[in-house]
Ligand binder design. Sequence first.
Ligand SMILES: Nc1ncnc2c1ncn2[C@@H]1O[C@H](COP(=O)(O)OP(=O)(O)OP(=O)(O)O)[C@@H](O)[C@H]1O
Ligand SMILES: CC(C)(CO)[C@@H](O)C(=O)[O-]
Ligand code: BAL
Length: 282
Amino acid sequence: MIICRSKADMRATVRDWKRSGQSVSLVPTMGYLHEGHLSLVRMALKRSDRVVTSIFVNPTQFGPSEDLDTYPRNEERDLALLTSENVDAVFVPDVNEMYGAGGDTFVEVPGLSGILQGALRPGHFRGVSTVVSKLFNIVAPDIAVFGEKDYQQLTLIRQMVRDLDMPIDVVGHPTVREPDGLAMSSRNVRLNARHRQEALALSNSLDLAEGLAKSAPDIAVLEKTIRQELSKAPSAEIRSVDIRDAETLAELEGRVDRPAVVLLAVRFDTVLLIDQRVVAPD
Ligand SMILES: Nc1ncnc2c1ncn2[C@@H]1O[C@H](COP(=O)(O)OP(=O)(O)OP(=O)(O)O)[C@@H](O)[C@H]1O
Ligand SMILES: CC(C)(CO)[C@@H](O)C(=O)[O-]
Ligand code: BAL
């Protein structure tokens, strides 16, 4: 596996592949890899000749009181995992390489960046769309793979690619879960044993919502049921429960009359967990 720490190395590596007509996928991550990330990598390996994974904990998507400093990191382990998956190259720039000589240009998708998670984390999506644009410009992939767990992020990247005519096929991958249903997340390691158990309330409430959307697709009933289920976890601080149009994230009124996505954000102490499920009436 080729390890690129500079943009120049990364560009040169991809240029060589493209000269010989090979297609390239990019899997952007913030590292501390788990089976969710590796599933994205495997999907990318199936869809293109070459796969690049990036590992970069992007400071511009963290708010001042968020967990940038405590975000879990383990580069050595990540590189070993990616090597064993047969990834072709990994891009691991440091903050100076990524932003060092930069000015204050940014990329923003205004409609989607201020709602839902964007309202809870001001500036977050501006940081995401800017760093993903930079990664797209550096790697120039044909395909980019993102997880559906970060559903709003995936929707926003699709919009950005459409609006800016980026020649990239954005592919979503279903959320990968622990055997008991908890969505895999790098932040799960920071849950204590009690919170780890209580965190099952997220996937349990999504299971209930999925069933209810078929039998009684009333938005208010769905939301009440989800909140009731989440409040069975005594330590859960419910940050948001939203039921939105699955494609546009527009608000829905009254009933679920088309595919909808249920989006949850729940805090356990300092750990913010998100989860989602697309539900549809019968
Ligand atoms: N459980 C999962 N299933 C599928 N994709 C996932 C999963 N967890 C993360 N991803 C995807 O992996 C990519 C990199 O995500 P990231 O490195 O932020 O991991 P994470 O586990 O989501 O971390 P965090 O703790 O910040 O939520 C994103 O496209 C994200 O949606
Ligand atoms: C897409 C991403 C790598 C951008 O920093 C990040 O938001 C993530 O890991 O989902
Ligand atoms: N996968 C989401 C990245 C973040 O929470 O900043």
